[in-house]
Design a protein around this ligand. Structure first.
Ligand code: PXL
Length: 285
């Protein structure tokens, strides 16, 4: 099989392991070529650091897309995440329309916020735009906060919203199905806990119509960038042709191993999960 290729549309944060500094190594380890289309260049991510720099790449993005079009580049997946401006919603939507073929998997990680709140740089207009962008996706990977934003519901009313107890399984199943736009797109809802001490994802697979949970042991610490690790491993596994729940299972197992390693060394949580020494576990065989 030729090496699969993914267009990765995320920010590049120089410090704090998230977005492209996660997507590039994870996809490479999985035997997938990652082609970055940066949305912004920051000195650090915005969660837990003060005074970060932010270079908006909005003007550059259509030029990159035009050049790639002139080269007739093809991608097995288009994978988007953190965006830098409201205008980027249309730019990324156009990119998807221009590059999607019958074989492309479009993964939209609707990065907007966590713990019921939007990230510092996200405006209400960007969140509304993200909902429109996510309509183009084959697969979305929201956390519970983003699920609330996508559905226009109050985070506090969602199963498990605001509390770290086990969530109601039926309610989480319904939530994943509600996010599927009547079965049109697949959903991997992250931060879904079915029993105390466990966490994982509730997956609705639009190909089979089945809803299935994957669970792992919960490491009780607010680790940064786990959503990016999840979506990157999931995307890598999907372009390898694996089914959604299988891909999500690999992602949650990998995050659990990285989270344990990070916490056992007492590493600063804002620096993200210490995944590099474990990348060999993702190696494509
Ligand atoms: O992990 C999501 C994310 C991505 N990129 C940037 C962020 C965040 C979350 O805080 O700040 C720049």
């Amino acid at each position: 099989m030729p090496t699969p290729r993914v267009a990765a549309i995320h920010d590049l944060s120089g410090f704090g392991r998230c977005s492209l500094t996660v997507a590039i190594p994870v996809l490479s380890a999985m035997g997938v070529q990652c082609c970055p289309l940066p949305t912004a260049f920051l000195s650090t991510h915005t969660g837990g650091f003060q005074g970060f720099t932010f270079l908006d790449m909005t003007e550059e993005m259509p030029k990159i897309s035009e050049h790639w079009k002139s080269l007739s580049l093809r991608f097995n997946a288009i994978y988007s995440g953190f965006l830098g401006s409201e205008r980027q919603i249309d730019i990324v939507s156009d990119f998807i329309r221009d590059f999607r073929t019958g074989e492309t998997v479009v993964v939209v990680d609707p990065v907007m916020g966590d713990d019921g709140r939007p990230y510092q740089t996200y405006t209400p207009a960007m969140c509304a735009g993200m909902t429109r962008l996510a309509e183009l996706a084959d697969v979305i990977t929201p956390n519970l906060t983003e699920a609330a934003f996508l559905l226009g519901r109050d985070y506090k009313d969602l199963p498990g919203g605001g509390v770290h107890s086990a969530h109601d399984e039926q309610a989480l199943r319904r939530l994943a199905e509600d996010l599927s736009l009547n079965g049109k797109r697949s959903v991997a809802l992250t931060g879904a806990s079915l029993s105390p001490g466990k966490t994982g994802a509730m997956c609705f697979d639009a190909k089979t119509g089945k809803t299935e949970a994957v669970q792992t042991k919960f490491v009780v610490h607010p680790l940064h960038g786990t959503g990016d690790v999840f979506a990157s491993v999931l995307t890598g596994a999907l372009v390898q042709g694996r089914p959604l729940a299988d891909a999500a299972g690999e992602a949650v197992e990998f995050i659990h191993a990285c989270a344990e390693r990070t916490v056992s060394q007492d590493l600063p949580l804002r620096e993200g999960v210490d995944f590099e020494p474990l990348l060999c576990r993702l190696m494509y065989r």
